[in-house]
Design a protein. Structure first.
Length: 95
C-alpha cells in the first residue's frame, strides 16, 4: 500500500496507512463515505473514507492515483487552515 507524496506529505501518508490498518475504523468510514466522488469541501472523515476505499481496491490506474492526489491536496489544505505554520513544500525535520 502506498500513497503519492504531493510535497511534504509523508507524515500524513504514514498516519493514513496506520489508520487504514484499524479494520473496524476503516470499514466504517468506507461504508459511510466510500461512495463519494468529489473531495472538495470534504471533512476529514469523508476524505479518509474516500482514500481508504481507493487503497482497499488497490487501484493503481492513473485516474485513481490522480484522485488520491486530489483527496490528499484537500486534506493538506485543511491542515494548512488549522495550523498556519505548516507549509506544504517546506520540509522541517525534528531537532
Amino acid at each position: 500500500m502506498g500513497l503519492p507524496n504531493i510535497g511534504n506529505t509523508c507524515f500524513l501518508n504514514s498516519i493514513i496507512q496506520f489508520l487504514f490498518a484499524a479494520e473496524k475504523f476503516r470499514e466504517d468510514l468506507i461504508a459511510k463515505y466510500g461512495g463519494f466522488k468529489e473531495a472538495s469541501n470534504g471533512k476529514f472523515g469523508k476524505l479518509l473514507g474516500m482514500i481508504f476505499k481507493s487503497i482497499k481496491e488497490n487501484d493503481k490506474r492513473p485516474a485513481a492515483l490522480s484522485d488520491q492526489k486530489k483527496i490528499l491536496n484537500v486534506m493538506v489544505s485543511k491542515l494548512e487552515e488549522i495550523n498556519n505554520e505548516y507549509q506544504r513544500h517546506f520540509q522541517e525535520d525534528a531537532i
